[in-house]
Ligand binder design. Structure first.
Ligand code: SDX
Length: 383
């Protein structure tokens, strides 16, 4: 079947069959393996959600304990990988460091026999186990601080905060981060998951496929929006400035970071849950003027653009939560990558089960039957 009409950005075009997650964009619903995100945010945890995404069902206590046991050793970095992280340039973005580190993780890991499901799972455990340590280690290196060895008794969320800050994280902050990781873990065929599946379809290993996904997530139209939302809120300077700021944005035809979505045409359910987390943190650690500005911005933008289906997305409140957890702004997107690693690896495994190389077509708009002109006879106009 040849598609003759271009669909920009492949909007709404099915790229695969998948049973991992589902979105109803009109009603603002998201579920992982059929379980609503609100249920998982309220009752589950990130390790359990990884099992749900990878295996298709919630684990028993024994299965969850066995998963944690198998994941645990991989949070410790291979010596060559640690040396690599210590050699990273101090400038550049933490997402660039993560993308390079994942490809390097592949260099120090066993070759993956893609025909062997045990080898495939092992490579996924190595990738999932290392990612939080890689992000924290790169940040410690950038700050000129000694790397912190992960504590095998802590959860992924707890270990991330421990390896980042070098001190035992408090229970509330750990639980809030864990819930944020649950909320960001999976989201059907978004740009970075699509990138992961395209690279997976050439029969690469999960290290290179997720490294490609990190590259896609980094962009400001995708995961990179969360850090830009915070910069945006700080630049507005307070709720009283919101209306004039939105006037200027609209006049310049510029997009407001943290709003709009290719699929959701109502408020992103994850934004609602992140707002709840923000308020929980404020009760203990005090509020922030940024939250008041965010609420006023939401009111203003939805009043003007709600009719076009433009509402807050997952990136709108996440930065306020991460800032309250003491996380540097340009580490927000790496946290998104830490969480989405669970979904990317679920999609990598699903692609490997019934793989078909991605090779879409195009609509050619160039010239035809052009003769070769020897260089001495060419004019600058190239005509
Ligand atoms: C994520 O796909 C996923 O699932 C992604 C994600 C996930 O979990 O993986 O949910 C995570 O990436 C969330 C999105 C984070 N990005 C941002 O917050 C950046 C700002 N948002 C926009 O860039 C935009 O909303 C997109 C890219 C997210 C979606 O845009 P579309 O579907 O490509 O729509 P479009 O750019 O063609 O815009 C349609 C109209 C345009 O106006 P008109 O030309 O028709 O007059 O809506 C306007 C746009 O100008 N519009 C916005 C806007 N988003 C769309 N106007 C102002 N501000 C915005 N944020």
């Amino acid at each position: 079947m040849t598609q003759t009409e271009l669909v920009p950005g492949l909007a709404g075009i099915p790229a695969a069959e998948s049973s991992i997650s589902f979105i109803n964009g009109q009603e603002g619903l998201l579920s992982y393996r059929g379980i609503r995100i609100e249920e998982l945010a309220a009752h589950s945890n990130f390790e359990e959600v990884i099992c749900l995404l990878w295996d298709g069902t919630l684990p028993t206590q024994a299965a969850l304990d066995a998963f944690k046991e198998r994941l645990r050793p991989h949070s410790k970095l291979h010596p060559d990988l640690e040396r690599f992280v210590r050699a990273l340039p101090l400038q550049g973005h933490p997402m660039e460091a993560l993308q390079a580190s994942l490809a390097t993780l592949g260099m120090v890991s066993p070759r993956v026999d893609l025909r062997d499901p045990v080898a495939r799972l092992d490579a996924c455990l190595r990738t999932m186990g290392a990612v939080s340590t890689l992000i924290a280690a790169a940040e410690r290196h950038r700050k000129g601080l000694p790397l912190v060895e992960p504590d095998p008794n802590l959860s992924i969320a707890g270990n991330f905060l421990y390896c980042l800050n070098g001190e035992r994280p408090d229970a509330i902050k750990t639980r809030v981060l864990d819930c944020a990781l649950v909320l960001h873990a999976e989201h059907t065929m978004n740009a970075s998951t699509f990138a992961c599946r395209v690279v997976a379809s050439t029969e690469t290993n999960p290290y290179t496929a997720t490294s490609a996904a990190v590259g896609a997530l980094y962009g400001p139209l995708h995961g990179g929006a969360n850090e830009r939302v915070l910069v945006q809120l700080e630049s507005i300077g307070g709720p009283e400035n919101v209306s004039a700021w939105v006037d200027k944005k609209m006049a310049a035809k510029e997009k407001v970071m943290g709003f709009g979505h290719r699929v959701y045409k109502t408020k992103d359910p994850r934004a609602k849950n992140l707002q709840i987390l923000a308020r929980e943190l404020f009760e203990i650690h005090g509020s922030t003027p940024l939250y008041d500005t965010a609420l006023r911005l939401e009111e203003e933008v939805t009043a003007r653009l709600g009719g076009k289906g433009i509402y807050p997305n997952v990136d709108f409140f996440s930065g306020i939560v991460y800032q309250k957890l003491g996380i540097p702004t340009d580490v927000f997107t790496p946290i998104f990558a830490l969480s989405r690693m669970a979904g990317w690896l679920a999609h990598w495994m699903e692609q490997m089960e019934d793989n078909k190389l991605f090779r879409p077509g195009q609509i050619y708009t160039g010239r035809k039957d052009v003769s070769y002109v020897p260089i001495g006879q060419r004019s600058a106009a190239g005509k």
